[in-house]
Design a protein around this ligand. Structure first.
Ligand code: UFG
Length: 342
């Protein structure tokens, strides 16, 4: 029996595939390389020493998805696939609603048809909107502030309704905080196409000399140094959280929701200073005006995941910075440095 991983060539998906293979799991992977590269598949195979079935397809293609369920014995799905850039979602809302909602509906319909009712869904702390307080618990009121966030929120609601309609479903919703870092080998990591939106890939590219300086968006927030506070989590810890969630999903019924973060907040300046200290690289920066939609403080209460999944993040902020830089310096132009076909 295999675990189907959608979006398995993406940043979090690739690290999760590797952890699953190393734990002895059989996996079947789908990706359409919209925001990833075929090279990722080669590297997961190389690092794990394992082969696995891979399909280059868009989840909107329901017939193709059905064929995959016919050919493989699937026991559970981990659904990462989706589009995720906040700014792009504001410019192209129809694309975001279509890609994220329709692909999830297709996946669930095909799962239902083939009697596969164990699902883990990649949600995000974005569903907390502007949180009233941190640490944030899973029962915090939901409020998305952009189309991307609304797709995550709508999918969560859709999955709850699905579970109410058929109690055989076991659905685990994981709300990620801010994943950074990379596999310690430096072989897989985050490879955003074009100018990065997120802090860490921008920092590593400034360190590499690709951009002259980092813009820090605002230093007048009500925090210790005036810059925003986030819950950065090592992507390998996050991947390990999926293995724990998988064990629980397979043995349970109904819907469970978990925050995956460290429970610890760091400011933008603390992250930049730690990166400089750990790597010895200088990050020139300037303070610019706040970015629209940013919240001052956002970090997780992780007690539910600790208690019910038996999981907690173990890698610290230094390791996150070191591994991000190791990935960037080994792959100065990301996965494009080596292109092969499948
Ligand atoms: N920041 C900068 N300069 C940059 C980029 C970011 O100062 O060039 C700051 C932001 O203002 C923010 C912090 O760094 O204070 C983190 O920003 P990111 O863009 O890395 O992350 P966000 O917290 O804004 O958002 C991320 C994901 C969302 C997800 C959210 C969940 O991008 O998809 O975490 O908490 F929903």
């Amino acid at each position: 029996m295999a675990v189907l991983v959608t979006g398995g060539a993406g940043y979090i998906g690739s690290h999760t595939c590797l952890e699953l293979l190393q734990a002895g799991c059989d996996i079947v992977v789908i990706d359409n390389f919209m925001n990833s590269s075929v090279e990722v598949v080669h590297r997961i195979r190389k690092l794990s020493g394992e082969n696995f079935q891979f399909y280059n397809m868009n989840l909107l293609d329901r017939d193709h998805l059905e064929q995959i369920f016919q050919k493989n014995k699937i026991e559970a799905c981990i659904h990462f696939a989706g589009v995720k850039a906040v700014g792009e979602s504001v410019r192209f809302p129809l694309l975001y609603y279509k890609q994220n909602l329709f692909s999830t509906i297709n996946l669930c319909r095909v799962m239902q048809k083939y009697g596969v009712k164990n699902l883990i869904f990649s949600s995000s702390a974005t569903v907390y909107g502007s949180p009233e307080k941190s640490p944030i618990t899973e029962d915090h009121v939901l409020h998305a502030t952009n189309p991307y966030g609304r797709t995550k929120w709508m999918i969560e609601e859709l999955l709850k309704d699905l579970s109410l309609s058929d109690q055989d479903w076991s659905i685990t919703i994981l709300r990620y905080f801010n994943p950074i870092g990379a596999h310690e080998s430096g072989e897989i990591g985050e490879d955003p196409k074009g100018m990065p939106n997120n802090l860490m890939p921008f920092v590593t590219r400034v360190a590499a000399g690709e951009y002259p300086m980092l813009e820090i968006f605002g230093d007048q927030y009500p925090t210790k140094d005036g810059t925003c506070i986030r819950d950065y989590i090592h992507v390998v810890d996050l991947a390990c959280g999926h293995l724990k969630a998988l064990e629980k999903t397979i043995s349970a019924r109904g819907v469970d929701i978990y925050n995956l973060g460290t429970g610890q907040g760091y400011s933008v300046l603390e992250l930049v200073n730690t990166f400089e200290a750990v790597t010895g690289m200088e990050i020139p920066y300037q303070i610019s005006k706040p970015r629209a939609g940013d919240v001052a403080i956002c970090y997780a209460d992780v007690t539910k995941a600790e208690r019910e999944l038996g999981w907690r993040a173990v890698r610290g902020i230094e390791e996150m910075c070191r591994d991000s830089w190791n990935w960037q310096s080994k792959n100065p132009i990301g996965y494009c440095s080596e292109v092969k076909t499948l």
